[in-house]
Structures are given as structure tokens and as C-alpha cells.
Design a protein around this ligand. Structure first.
Ligand SMILES: [Zn+2]
Length: 397
């Protein structure tokens, strides 16, 4: 049975199950009573549904902690043999394979470094690790999600700047598991994590920005990223908000990327382009925080924070979000020069936004954001009505 061919009655049969499982994923530790209220489920229908999901190993119930008044209730959580999402975390420094369950519990299954290898040599090794992890779990892995610190489109890697990789097909990463492979950029996935269960929770339109080497981001509407026709949108760092005399490695001139990261700090301090701009930026911000810096260094940080604040104002004028979240070096940059950031942010806003500017909050998931967002995408896939019907058909006694 495929999603397209699923009958209407089967879809209806699994659509409430899908809503319930998505609620359990979004709100770990939710009680049966609260979940039923939220979905307006009558107790008889809820009992039937939860029993069906328990029998299909999709859900487990645990007694809720004592102490509160009222009738005892249970907490809904992951079945010990329930579905898992596998995440391949391809970071600048190395790769990891992680498995996550419906309750958001994550375990690391494998990890490695890139060495001098090119994608054509490395990707099969990572795919092998994913395949091995999936086999150990005996068919529990229902989706494979790659979180990539680079530009992606569909399942293609377009650019992994820190490794100098271009154009690689990530399709191999499903590792022969036969389950859907999803690919997301780390900034976009971090934005999903913040919009669904982080600093932008509840925002209808949320703007997320990650400063690492350059700046990436995503606009999320109702928790879903707006990524364009091929999934390559959100390249905010390559808007011409920078110095038109500076050439960007992307091929364009004047990119915002060059104004807000470790390369900008190095230029303003009179240093050569750092080999690892992220580590360089972190060191400079750490030094400013501890007060061990010269006036020149402080000015370098202020200029960079101003470029960040002004650019964010432009993006607020463009997208009209109700929340903005910052990750990577951005929270530290703002904290190191709060006045410069705030002046540039306010100064760049159109008057219509100035009375009530969207709050700019630090991301709460930090460096875990991309993995959290990848798991959320994986469970979107796993808890779709058609996927649930397939899973259940194989397991219900
Ligand atoms: Zn560029």
C-alpha cells in the first residue's frame, strides 16, 4: 500500500492515530487525559485507539507520577519496540548516526571523522553504519534523515564548504534500509526544532538564523520550513547585504555571509582569513566576554554585531515573522555587543515594525537543534497515516 493508493477509509482509520502520535512526539510526557482533551476524543474512542496503537507497538502507557489531585491518569510514550528515526549528522568536524524514538530519546549508534576522504569514499561508509544500526533494530527504523552542514537540494548535497565538497548524491545514505530518506540543511533543521519545541514555539511565522561559517536560516510557517521548489531556499547569507568589494566563495560579491562570522571578525582585527572561522569566532567572543581584549577587538565585535542586527532587521521587513531565533555564533555575538546589535536591529526596521518588533531569542536547543529538527521530520514521515497503516499491517497480531 502506498500513500497514493491508500483507500479513504484506511486513511480515516489512521488519521486520528497520526494526530495522537504527533501530539505525543511534540509534547513528551503528555498525559492520556490531556491528549484526549486536545484532540476532543471521547473516552471510549480513546480507549479503542490507544489499545490499537499499543497492540501495534506504536505507543506505550505508563502510570503518571502521584501527587496531584483528581483521577489517576497515564502518560503516553514510546513503545519499547516502537518505530525509530535514524539521523545522520554530517557536521563540519565529523559524522554521527543517531537513533531517536517517539519520546525523543536519542542514542548514538556510530560516529567517525572525514579524514582526507571525498564524498564518494565517505558516504558508503556512513551508509553502512546506518544500515548496520537499522539491522540491529530489526525493522524498527521507519525513516532516515540526513542533517547536513551545507547547502542541499532534494537528496543532493550542493556545497559542503568546510570540506570543499560540491555536488554529491546523498541517496546512498538510506543504507539499503528501504525506508524514506530525507535530507535537510542544519540551519533549516535547527529552525524546525526551535519552531516546534524551542524558543519560537507557538509562532505562526518564525525566522531562524544560524551563524557558523557564514549564515544560514529558514522561515518556518506553522513549524514547516519554506525551502523553495528544490529545498535550497534560505540562503540568507548570500543576500547582498555586505561590502560589494568582497568576493564570496559562492561566486557572488557583497554577500552578508562575509560580514557576520569569524571571517568578518578576522578582517576587522587585521588577521588573515582563519582556517576555521567558527573556532576563530568562538575564541574572539570568549575573549571579549572575559574582558581580555583591546579596543580594536571590541570595535571588531561591535561592527560584526551591527552587521548581524541590521541584516536581521532586513529579513524581518521581508518576512514579517512573529519570532526570531539565533543559533551558532549569533547568540555570543549579540551578547558581546548588545548595544550595537540592538541599535542596528531597531534602526533597520521599517516604522511599521518598530512599535512591536519581533523578539529575537537565543535558540534553546543549541548545537542539538539540527538533530532535534531531523528527528521531528523523521517522525512526521513515520506518523503519516499511510506509514502507520504499513507499520501496523506488519505487526498487529
Ligand atoms: Zn555568497
Amino acid at each position: 500500500m502506498t500513500g497514493d493508493r491508500m483507500s479513504r477509509s484506511a486513511r480515516l482509520r489512521w488519521s486520528t492515530a497520526s494526530e495522537l502520535l504527533r501530539l505525543v512526539y511534540a509534547e513528551p510526557g503528555i498525559t492520556r487525559t490531556a491528549a484526549c482533551e486536545r484532540l476532543a476524543l471521547a473516552s471510549g474512542a480513546a480507549a479503542e485507539l490507544i489499545e490499537r496503537l499499543r497492540a501495534a507497538r506504536l505507543l506505550a502507557e505508563h502510570r503518571a507520577g502521584r501527587g496531584g489531585p483528581g483521577r489517576p491518569t497515564t502518560v503516553l510514550g514510546a513503545h519499547p519496540r516502537g518505530p525509530l528515526a535514524a539521523v545522520m549528522d554530517l557536521r563540519a568536524a565529523g559524522w554521527r548516526v543517531l537513533l531517536g524514538d517517539l519520546a525523543g530519546t536519542v542514542t548514538e549508534a556510530a560516529a567517525g571523522t572525514y579524514g582526507d576522504r571525498e564524498p564518494v569514499d565517505l558516504l558508503p561508509e556512513v551508509a553502512g553504519a546506518v544500515g548496520a544500526a537499522a539491522r540491529r533494530e530489526h525493522g524498527r527504523v521507519g525513516a532516515v534523515v540526513a542533517a547536513v552542514a551545507g547547502a542541499v537540494s532534494g537528496t543532493r548535497l550542493l556545497q559542503f564548504s568546510t570540506r570543499g565538497w560540491h555536488e554529491a548524491d546523498l541517496g546512498v545514505l538510506a543504507g539499503g534500509t528501504g525506508v524514506p530518506l530525507l535530507v535537510g540543511n542544519d540551519a533549516t533543521l535547527g529552525g524546525i526544532a526551535e519552531a516546534r519545541g524551542g524558543a519560537a514555539r507557538g509562532a505562526r511565522a518564525a525566522l531562524h538564523l544560524l551563524v557558523a561559517v557564514g549564515v544560514g536560516g529558514a522561515l518556518l510557517v506553522d513549524g514547516r520550513p519554506v525551502t523553495g521548489a528544490r529545498g535550497a531556499g534560505g540562503e540568507y547569507g548570500h543576500l547582498p547585504l555586505g561590502d560589494p568589494d568582497l568576493a564570496c566563495p559562492c561566486g557572488a560579491r557583497g554577500c552578508w555571509d562575509l560580514m557576520v562570522d569569524g571571517r568578518a571578525l578576522a578582517r576587522h582585527r587585521g588577521d588573515p582569513v582563519p582556517g576555521d572561522p567558527f573556532a576563530y569566532g568562538r575564541e574572539v567572543l570568549e575573549a571579549v566576554r572575559s574582558g581580555r581584549v583591546s579596543d580594536r577587538d571590541r570595535r571588531a565585535v561591535e561592527r560584526t554585531a551591527r552587521a548581524l542586527g541590521a541584516g536581521i532587521a532586513g529579513l524581518v521587513n521581508l518576512h514579517d515573522p512573529d519570532a526570531v531565533t539565533l543559533a551558532g555564533l549569533a547568540p555570543g555575538l549579540r551578547a558581546a555587543a548588545p548595544g550595537a546589535f540592538a541599535d542596528a536591529y531597531r534602526g533597520g526596521l521599517m516604522a511599521l515594525h518598530r512599535a512591536d518588533p519581533p523578539p529575537v531569542a537565543d535558540a534553546v536547543h543549541g548545537s542539538d537543534g539540527p538533530v532535534r529538527g531531523a528527528l521531528a521530520l523523521g517522525f512526521d514521515e513515520i506518523t503519516g497515516p499511510a506509514a502507520l497503516a504499513r507499520w501496523s499491517a506488519r505487526r498487529t497480531p
